[in-house]
Design a protein around this ligand. Structure first.
Ligand code: TYD
Length: 135
């Protein structure tokens, strides 16, 4: 169900040389990858996000360290605590999101279904709720 947020387990290959994980668009994602970006050097206590996307779908992976992904679909809240580099949170379009509780040196990588477009953001929670009720 691509309307619901979900935790996606990625492959991991463990051997004496260390670990390897990967994402394949066709195997692991319900969208095509247009963009990859990453969030790093987040000062303690800072919160990222605080917006929703009208069209963009994403997968967020904690490549290093840990943080929480808090989602709201207009009715209920979801919380995913990420601390392994072989799990990703799939975020459908029209989900309010926040990233918080970043550990020191954490690194979030986000694969995204769109190019960056400031017009795809809804930055006001009340506007988000209004738009949700229209759909
Ligand atoms: P923003 O979306 O506010 O970050 P977060 O989702 O963590 O709250 O983005 C921060 C700044 O970076 C903002 O000025 C827009 C810019 N930006 C890009 O230019 N390209 C991108 O792909 C992203 C995600 C952000």
């Amino acid at each position: 169900n691509h309307m619901q947020p979900s935790l996606i387990e990625l492959p991991k290959h463990l051997d004496l040389r260390g670990n390897l994980s990967f994402i394949e668009e066709d195997t692991h994602l319900p969208f095509k990858i247009k963009r990859v970006y990453w969030i790093y050097d987040v000062p303690g206590g800072e919160v990222r996000g605080g917006h929703a996307f009208k069209e963009t779908e994403e997968l967020i992976v904690a490549l290093s360290g840990s943080f929480d992904v808090i989602l709201h679909d207009g009715e209920k809240e979801y919380k995913f605590s990420l601390n392994r580099s072989y799990y990703g949170v799939f975020i459908p379009k029209m989900m309010w999101r926040g990233l918080e509780n970043f550990s020191t040196n954490s690194l979030a990588v986000i694969v995204s279904s769109t190019n960056y477009d400031a017009d795809d953001y809804i930055r006001n929670f009340d506007d988000f709720i209004k738009q949700k009720k229209l759909t």
